[in-house]
Ligand binder design. Structure first.
Ligand code: PMP
Length: 398
């Protein structure tokens, strides 16, 4: 008997498990469309030029690494607020936003979840069906009962909006609703602006607590366009949570750069909320690391670097869209009879391909093309070298 005799083996993370299988695969033509990572057309993880310039400048004037404030770099937090709410927006000007630097978007979600558990311990959490896998795990781990609202309808290859709205209208007061602000992961389907209005009306009427997960701002239609949903929530007079991730938009996955912003009703309330968020951070990891936050703050706050970042981000966004178009064309050319044009209606990094689990397993085992069992493929990992092979392989399993 040891202290750990009764400890059970936890299930493997499904995506990381897929990566391990991919790495062990001997097929020279193998393609990994499983992970949520943007690769350039050469199949490489980009190191953005704006990041390289910022890092070079930092190297030229090296600084000692003291502890950061608990809530992170001041210039970083203010840059996040401007990006999410608008620099001259009323909430920013009125000091109604509590923003803390976080360890990626995941860290932002976790700080928010821990804080919500403290202020509303009996609330339920609703996530979309399906959602990013970690949403359920993260809110469960924070102590909540997590349920889902309908989102994807496989039969119609689209959003079950009536189902979604019905679930929100049936939710108990205080229910926390996790919403993907843009570029829904895993389906690639976002609701329309008019549907957002209906969601907001339901959130308001039912007194729900919106938690907007914005992991892909700038990957859909543009920074402002993707952020438009935030403006709608502000205009509705709601208090809400937004988690931000720069993992993808800065291609800084390993630096863990993200944030949590909480919109409050006035400056005094904001300072109380901020003080509680700081306790969540202090008792968890004390304060965030310096490097990634400094790079992002420098890029976002320096006009030339900011312009370069926006250009590079637009480049990533455009390449993904081009890959969607090419994918549809080449699937047709490879002999796929069914209409695959829905792929170009999806947005962001992912496509729910509509392939069954059996077809996805065949793609993996026979062709070395890796996507998740649910049929999710990362369009951002396609390139001019691998797309023909991927399309021929899909055509063979369809
Ligand atoms: N939310 C969603 C919807 C995501 O797709 C991701 C990243 N895969 C995250 C949050 C987490 O982002 P980060 O890697 O910055 O923690």
């Amino acid at each position: 008997m040891s202290l750990f005799t009764a400890v059970e083996m936890a299930p493997r993370d499904p995506i990381l498990g897929l990566n391990e299988q991919f790495n062990a695969d001997q097929n020279p033509r193998k393609v990994n469309l499983g992970v949520g990572v943007y690769y350039d057309d050469a199949g490489k993880l980009p190191l953005l030029e704006c990041v390289q310039i910022a890092e070079k400048q930092m190297m030229e004037a090296p600084k000692a690494r003291g502890y950061l404030p608990i809530d992170g770099i001041v210039a970083y937090d203010s840059a996040v607020k401007s990006l999410v709410f608008g620099a001259d927006s009323e909430p920013v000007k009125s000091n109604r936003v509590a923003t803390v630097q976080a360890l990626g978007g995941t860290g932002g979600l976790k700080i928010g979840a821990d804080f919500l558990k403290k202020i509303n311990p009996n609330a339920k959490v609703l996530i979309s069906d399906p959602s990013w896998e970690n949403h359920r795990a993260l809110f469960t781990q924070a102590g909540f009962t997590v349920e889902s609202y309908p989102y994807y309808n496989a039969a119609t290859r689209g959003i079950d909006f009536d189902g979604m709205l019905g679930a929100l209208n049936a939710a108990a007061e205080g229910t926390i609703v996790v919403l993907h602000a843009c570029c829904h992961n895993p389906t690639g389907y976002d609701i329309t602006a008019a549907q957002w209005d209906q969601v907001i009306a339901a959130v308001k009427a039912r007194k729900l607590v919106p938690f907007l997960d914005m992991a892909y701002q700038g990957f859909g239609y543009g920074i402002a366009e993707d952020g438009a949903v935030i403006q709608k929530f502000v205009a509705a007079g709601l208090s809400f949570f937004v988690s931000t991730s720069f993992s993808k938009s800065f291609s800084l996955y390993g630096e863990r750069v993200g944030a949590l912003s909480v919109l409050c009703q006035d400056a005094e309330e904001t300072s109380r909320v901020l003080s509680q968020l700081k306790i969540m951070i202090r008792t968890n990891y004390s304060n965030p690391p310096t490097h990634g936050g400094q790079v992002c703050a420098m890029v976002l706050n320096t006009p030339e670097l900011r312009a370069l970042w926006e250009k590079e981000l637009a480049g990533m966004r455009t390449r993904i869209k081009q890959m969607r178009v090419t994918l549809v064309e080449k699937l047709k050319a490879a002999g796929v009879k069914q209409d695959m044009s829905f792929i170009t209606q999806q947005i962001g990094m992912f496509s729910y391909s509509g392939l069954t689990k059996d077809q996805m397993v065949r793609l993996r085992n026979e062709f070395g093309v890796y996507g998740t069992d649910t049929g999710r493929m990362c369009v951002a990992a396609l390139n001019s070298q691998n797309i023909d092979y991927v399309c021929e392989s899909i055509a063979k399993v369809l």
